[in-house]
Write a protein that binds this ligand. Structure first.
Ligand SMILES: Nc1ncnc2c1ncn2[C@@H]1O[C@H](COP(=O)(O)OP(=O)(O)O)[C@@H](O)[C@H]1O
Ligand SMILES: [Mg+2]
Length: 315
């Protein structure tokens, strides 16, 4: 073995320092505490930092690429990634529609929309033939990004749809009029593989899977992939996996680095270069009701979602 060429290009003392300081900074904002070149995205595959070009401006919009953000595990960053990927795409001049497809309504709340007070939500579009898209679409405060909100009414739709003809295609029918007005439609799925998530997969072109860099994160991924395959076979032959997004990454701990390495071994080039570090800035943005790209525009966390947006456009 050639010991003069360590496969990890990161200076080793740095990695060790990080381990030592771990205890005293448990809840600290690790993203901000690290020097810029310590970002793990580039070194995990043992190659240099990959440059992903800034997308060219658009002169007209649509047809939309529909992306389902899915993982049946809760708390892995689906909603956070939907808001911030959407906001970063909008910064690059893309017209974006976010679809809150979780009855919890966290996406709506995270954008400052009081969804529980709304009469018109995605539920109406799913269940009422007369409902108009424009009556349900809301501004998000981010230029170029709109929202189809949801609230607890959506949980009734899941039950009511069971007896409908074409129950898996209800969301596809609902968003059809939006396809030629947006460049991206991002669907924030609920943490289950139930009928709502199947609806999202049935109308999506692509699936983005956020995976937390935590011990049990790979559990259940096989089931998700199996569900995606079934939807592909039976409902949506063109569905494909856009990529795996490593989230909740803590560069100070060996543990999350190991988990990310295992994710890379399992999924190879499907894993985005962009890795989302664990930082208290994200819970803060939820309280603020705005994306990280406007809440902390120069933070590493905002930059990570901009890199993700560039990768998404390029893929
Ligand atoms: N990278 C991150 N670092 C720290 N906290 C995060 C991060 N991403 C999300 N969170 C927080 O974790 C919780 C769950 O995230 P969320 O995006 O709602 O997950 P999901 O939609 O998969 O359930 C939220 O409180 C959110 O603010
Ligand atoms: Mg969520």
């Amino acid at each position: 073995m050639d010991t003069s060429q360590p496969s990890d290009p990161r200076p080793q003392p740095f990695a060790r320092d990080m381990e030592i300081t771990r205890e005293s900074h448990d809840d600290a904002d690790v993203t901000e505490a690290l020097p810029e070149d310590a970002a793990p995205a580039a070194d995990a595959r043992g190659r240099g930092r990959v440059v992903v070009p800034v997308p060219a401006p658009l002169t007209e919009h649509g047809p939309a690429r529909v992306i389902a953000i899915a993982n049946q595990k809760g708390g892995v960053g689906k909603t956070t990634s939907t808001i911030n990927l959407g906001a970063a795409l909008a910064e690059y001049g893309r017209k974006v529609l976010l679809v809150d497809f979780d009855p919890q309504g966290a996406l709506s709340v995270g954008l400052g929309v009081p969804a529980h007070e709304l009469d018109d939500t995605i539920y109406n579009l799913l269940m009422e033939r007369s409902a108009e898209l424009d009556e349900v679409i809301r501004d998000t405060g981010v230029e170029g990004m709109d929202l189809l909100p949801s609230n607890i009414d959506l949980s009734a739709a899941e039950v009511q749809l069971v007896t409908e003809v074409g129950r898996e295609q209800a969301l596809g029918r609902a968003i059809k009029p939006a396809l030629d007005r947006y460049d991206f439609i991002l669907i924030d799925c609920q943490p289950s593989l139930g009928l709502l998530t199947i609806n999202a997969l049935a109308c999506a072109d692509q699936v983005l899977v956020p995976l937390a860099c935590e011990f049990f994160s790979l559990r259940g991924v096989a089931l998700l992939m199996d569900t995606i395959d079934k939807v592909k076979d039976r409902l949506n032959p063109d569905l494909r996996i856009l990529g795996i997004l490593a989230t909740m990454f803590d560069p100070r701990t060996l543990h999350t680095r190991e988990v990310r390495q295992r994710v890379l071994e399992a999924f190879g080039d499907l894993v985005f270069e962009s890795t989302i570090n664990r930082t208290v800035k994200f819970p803060e943005t939820t309280v603020a009701g705005e994306p990280i790209t406007t809440w902390a525009p120069t933070s590493n966390a905002a930059e990570a979602y901009r890199l993700l947006a560039r990768e998404v456009v390029a893929r």
